[in-house]
Design a protein around this ligand. Structure first.
Ligand SMILES: [Zn+2]
Length: 295
């Protein structure tokens, strides 16, 4: 190897990087024209593989990010759907809440038939409900109640048709808090009667309230641990029941004359409210942890 070749080979790495001066470049290029070995060496230098971008790894965070976004979008959709459903159910519960009518504003006339009564209703009676049972005297009894609702009035629902009831005793249940109580329409006199509101829902309201306080309190006490987090989240479920009960009954005292209707509505509202609160809880916690990780 000539002395010139040695000098050239010292310079080649710099030349390959384009870091040599004009003068050096001229000198190197002149040499390379006549020296295949050095030319070969330069070629090798230029072919050194560039570090490949790590495709998989660089795409991974992007994939995770888009996955997180999709998950967040989905949880936002659930959040919006559950609050929308809760509002609609509440609205329906309020508009369709039965307003019970007392005897004088519900019944136009009654006419005795062979073994019962034919009842004609006044305008504005949109629903009638009957229930039959045997009373303590061993007589077959039928209770009748009448109601309307804001929804029926908005829709101008039809007045209930004449109804024939065959029973040994027939009662009109007023389902209100005034002193007059129920009216016996038919059969041997059974003395006075007063239908009271069903209190069954109060029990569930009280239990849910207690559970909310218990779970929420324990969750706050143990908030440093994982158990605390689970308890805090679990507290939303009984709290949702309390809220659903308050919304459907329009108050804390969950006493009702329409138990089955109210229970159905409370259960549906309870589910949508639970989903809403659990989703909201999750999102707020994620936001909080994102904020604290940014600090
Ligand atoms: Zn050379």
């Amino acid at each position: 190897m000539s002395k010139e070749c040695e000098i050239i080979r010292d310079l080649l790495p710099l030349y390959a990087e384009g870091m040599t001066s004009e003068a050096s470049n001229e000198f190197i290029e002149e040499h390379l024209k006549n020296c295949p070995e050095c030319t070969e060496l330069l070629k090798d230098m230029r072919e050194v593989p560039q570090p490949e971008p790590l495709k998989e790894e660089s795409e991974l965070p992007l994939k995770m990010l888009s996955k997180t976004y999709r998950r967040k979008n989905r949880s936002l959709a659930v959040l919006i759907a559950s609050i929308a459903a809760s509002v609609l159910i509440s609205l329906y519960a309020w508009l369709s809440a039965p307003r019970y009518l007392d005897y004088s504003s519900a019944v136009e006339s009654t006419q005795e038939i062979s073994d019962g009564l034919q009842i004609t209703f006044r305008d504005g009676v949109h629903h009638i409900g009957t229930s039959s049972y045997t009373d303590p005297d061993g007589m077959s009894c039928t209770d009748i109640e009448c109601w309307t609702s804001t929804l029926d009035q908005l829709w101008h629902a039809e007045t209930a048709e004449d109804t024939i009831i065959r029973s040994e005793r027939i009662w009109y249940r007023s389902n209100n808090n005034d002193m007059n109580g129920d009216v016996q329409l038919y059969g041997p006199d059974a003395g006075g009667s007063k239908t009271l509101r069903r209190l069954a829902l109060n029990f569930y309201f009280a239990v849910s309230g207690g559970l909310t306080i218990l779970l929420g309190g324990l969750g706050l006490l143990l908030r440093r641990g994982k158990a605390g987090l689970i308890l805090q989240k679990a507290a939303w479920i009984p709290l949702s029941w309390c809220l659903a009960s308050v919304i459907v009954e329009r108050g804390i005292g969950a006493a009702t004359w329409s138990l089955i209707r109210d229970v159905s509505l409370i259960v549906i509202l309870w589910i949508t409210l639970s989903i809403f609160f659990l989703c909201l809880d999750q999102r707020l916690r994620e936001k909080k942890s994102t904020l604290s990780s940014l600090r």
